[in-house]
Ligand binder design. Structure first.
Ligand code: PEP
Ligand code: MN
Length: 339
């Protein structure tokens, strides 16, 4: 069960409430986020919700049978809108377009991608400065200095920054320069990292784990939410299956399912999802039609020269075309009365 507490609940009222909830065999955890104060009750016994709902200091109570609670749609039916400032949102009812290189490589490259975003009215740029690479000998990113440089150029152009945080020690140093912290697929169940991101008042985008289930992705989001941060975005980026013809298997099924199970916005990464440049647009548009609230894909001036993931990266002409197709597809989707 989730109980939303009134902001002015007294300590005595809270103690009485906790005793009552414990009394019906439920363990309680108090969760304070930037937006609210909640009491989460975990247990299995049947109980009369009215007996608790009538107690003082409560503004709302719901029974949520899912393993995840605060990210469940059973708790909050209204979709969450993630506000990045300057009228940039990731939310239901809009189509976020996020593009940029797999790795931030140089000042010149940053300037070119920022200009590409500006030219195409793309408000969010992605790129890695700390790169999780399967081989320790591959390029591992420009680090914090690269992020600072990127921030100077992007913020002057009004472009928001989406970039991966790999470990807890990086959260604070990255904070002034980041608009969305990306949790990569390899860190999707790094619970220490998720706990720490709960303490931050900036948006967090969690990618689905390489072998992660939909349920596990929602549980990862629950970690951040219950740590205090409600500004969350879910990302489907493909999972590992027995199929070897594509890099991963983009699980389009996950999109309507996540949208039905959770109030959080869902975005799709077709670049890592299929891993083959020629087919990125098809999968991006499929993601739009499946109900995504945004698409994040890799682009670079000369993909063949990209330090990482060039094989799945679009050049600027392809990216401009895709951005326009994404918008057209989204406009068309809005005419369909899908769920
Ligand atoms: C990336 O976005 O460049 C990346 C490394 O993605 P993932 O964590 O999904 O592999
Ligand atoms: Mn990549």
């Amino acid at each position: 069960m989730i109980i939303q507490l009134q902001p002015d609940i007294s300590e005595v009222q809270k103690e009485k409430l906790i005793a009552k909830v414990n009394g019906i065999g439920y363990k309680t955890t108090e969760v304070k986020t930037q937006l609210g104060d909640y009491l989460i009750g975990i247990g299995k016994n049947d109980f009369d919700i009215r007996k608790i709902g009538q107690m003082d200091g409560i503004s709302d109570i719901h029974v949520v049978s899912d393993e995840y609670k605060l990210v469940s749609k059973k708790w909050k039916a209204k979709p969450t809108s993630v506000d990045l400032g300057d009228d940039v949102f990731i939310k239901d009812g809009e189509m976020a377009i996020i593009t940029g290189p797999c790795s931030i490589e140089s000042e010149e490259q940053i300037r070119k991608v920022v200009q590409h975003c500006v030219d195409n009215d793309i408000k969010m740029m992605r790129g890695g400065v700390f790169k999780p690479r399967s081989s320790p000998y591959a390029f591992r990113g420009l680090g914090l200095e690269g992020l600072k440089l990127w921030y100077d150029i992007a913020s002057a152009a009004g472009i928001k920054i989406v970039t991966e945080v790999m470990q807890t020690s990086q959260i604070e140093e990255m904070y002034p320069y980041v608009d969305v912290y990306q949790v990569g697929a390899r860190n999707s169940q790094n619970f220490n990292l998720l706990d720490e991101l709960g303490k931050v008042d900036k948006a967090v985008m969690i990618k689905r784990g390489i072998s992660g289930t939909i349920e596990e992705l929602l549980q990862s989001a629950e970690y951040v939410f219950s740590g205090g941060n409600e500004k969350l975005i879910l990302c489907e980026r493909g999972i590992r299956t027995y199929e070897r013809a594509s890099r991963n298997t983009l699980d389009l099924n996950a999109i309507p399912i996540l949208k039905a199970k959770s109030h959080l916005p869902v975005i799709v990464d077709p670049s890592h999802g299929i891993g083959i440049r020629e087919y990125v647009p098809q999968m991006a548009l499929s993601g739009v039609m499946a109900g995504a609230d945004g698409i994040i894909y890799e682009s670079h001036e000369i993909p063949e020269k990209a330090y990482s993931d060039g094989q799945q990266t679009l050049d600027f002409a392809q990216s401009a075309r895709l951005a326009s197709w994404i918008r057209q597809s989204f406009a068309m989707r809005k005419n369909f009365d899908l769920l």
